[in-house]
Design a protein around this ligand. Structure first.
Ligand code: SF4
Ligand code: SF4
Length: 454
């Protein structure tokens, strides 16, 4: 397959420019204290939940596998703290319904070093060995997608990959965890990129970074220079325009190469694989240690947070513990998991931080009410949503069909499947029509219908 030439650094068409609000961009990553208990939901990723391999009453050490992958699209979980398994059963989930979870009571006096895993030399490891190591580490996309990383790095037999595209855009307002990872963990990220290149066969890697994070670009270029000449190929760090949703795969590839992923296709059809910087930095750190994922960097921010910051949080830490530490008001606020554009309101403060949560955004209740359930007005056919949709869809028409429950028509004639729920259309709509929420419901109904038909 021919290497697509680069680099253009041009903005994709449409999209929006929401206020950046990156209050924590200069705040170094700090470790959050361990909570008394962690709650590890089995389902934290796209695919089948793993199966518990520990029992109630069992002592576990930090990093020990506690749940085993059930099939190819499943990943294991590791104990985030040293302690005793207190409960296995249903606990509140992020989206409302309760989900099967493992609760571990932390030993207050025990060291919280990672006590599991053996350092290993991966210098001569094959692509298959690396994929297996990624799988064993329980890695999923830390940018929010939570797709199992080993599956994402597995290239189908009939395909060939030449380029690893590394997403360092972090285009969501407020979020800065990826920014800090690039600045502070640049060497881990370069190590992870090299493993990913070997797993996929890519001969070049390009980190795309929005041009509001020049310090991240400089930190990565310094780390690339420190790595020197590498057998895998070339690594580059380049700026792309700051614009939402620059971090989506399609938009980033368009900005870097000026080529478009065909409708319904994947980057691999162009010889590319896309991964997020946080995921690859974790991969670079964990693989040589033979360890699993037990913590992640989370941006805790928003108006009213007394100590906003980028915190290294043990997975399974309840939101209430995070917010008590960060200092939030006790009432009149709502919590969004992720950024303001694509994040979703937390169902309760008892839900835990999971692998896919990159941000905890605390907004005044009045603001969220305006965004999510405030008064809506009829569509005035202004066309703002059409102008903003980066996928070239007609959100106004889709919204009207959703209101009439014409879900099949939305899928068959108006390309609902191409909508990746970026929220641009809802953001610009002067009538405050909750377009993206309607599209989520429609997609869920179509998925259920397809499942029932099978
Ligand atoms: S229709 Fe979907 S892809 Fe287009 S702007 Fe709305 S949410 Fe984004
Ligand atoms: S932005 Fe809102 S009001 Fe304007 S056309 Fe789209 S749905 Fe209608």
């Amino acid at each position: 397959m021919k290497l697509v030439s680069w680099f253009r650094g041009e903005a994709f068409q449409r999209g929006v420019h929401p206020p950046e609000c990156k209050l924590t961009a200069k705040m170094p990553i700090r470790r959050l204290p361990f909570p008394p208990r962690v709650i590890v939901p089995l389902s934290q990723h796209i695919g089948k939940p793993p199966r518990p391999i520990v029992k109630v009453g069992e002592e576990v050490v930090r990093g020990q596998p506690i749940a085993k992958a059930e099939d190819w699209l499943s990943v294991p979980h590791h104990a985030p703290v040293t302690g005793v398994v207190e409960f296995i059963g249903l606990k509140p989930g992020q989206r409302g319904p309760w989900v099967e979870s493992i609760v571990i009571r932390a030993h207050p006096g025990a060291t919280q070093e990672d006590l599991w895993g053996q350092p290993r030399d991966l210098a001569q490891a094959s692509a298959q060995d690396i994929l297996q190591a990624v799988w064993d580490a329980g890695l999923v996309g830390l940018g929010g997608a939570a797709f199992p990383t080993h599956a994402k790095l597995s290239v189908p037999k009939q395909a060939k990959v030449h380029t690893l595209v590394v997403n360092g855009c972090e285009c969501e307002p407020y979020l800065t965890c990826d920014h800090r990872v690039m600045v502070e963990q640049a060497d881990d990220l370069i190590a992870g990129i090299r493993y990913a290149m070997r797993a996929t066969g890519a001969v070049r890697a390009i980190v795309g970074i929005e041009d509001n994070k020049r310090d991240a670009r400089d930190a990565l270029r310094a780390a690339i220079a420190r790595a020197g000449e590498i057998p895998e190929g070339e690594i580059h760090a380049e700026l792309v325009p700051t614009k939402y949703p620059q971090g989506s795969e399609k938009m980033l590839i368009m900005a870097l190469f000026g080529v478009e992923i065909p409708a319904g296709g994947l980057p691999v059809s162009l010889g590319m694989v896309v991964n997020n910087v946080g995921t690859l930095a974790a991969l670079g750190r964990l693989l040589p240690q033979g360890r699993g994922l037990t913590e992640r960097v989370v941006t805790v921010t928003g108006p009213g947070v007394a100590r906003p910051g980028n915190y290294l949080v043990p997975l399974g830490t309840p939101l209430r513990w995070v917010l008590d530490f960060a200092g939030t008001p006790q009432e009149d606020f709502e919590v969004v998991l992720g950024g303001p554009m694509m994040g979703q309101a937390a169902a309760s403060l008892e839900v835990p931080i999971t692998k896919g949560i990159s941000g905890v955004l605390v907004l005044p209740s009045a603001e969220l009410a305006r965004r999510e359930s405030g008064k809506t007005y009829p569509c005035i056919k202004c066309g703002e949503c059409v102008e903003s949709c980066p996928m070239g869809l007609n959100p106004s028409m889709l919204g009207m069909l959703a209101a009439k429950r014409e879900y099949d028509l939305m899928g068959s004639h108006y390309h609902l499947g191409e909508c990746f729920e970026c929220g641009c259309c809802s953001y610009v709509c002067p009538s405050n029509i909750p377009l993206v929420q309607q599209f989520r419901v429609a997609k869920q109904i179509l998925r259920e219908k397809a499942l029932a038909a099978r």
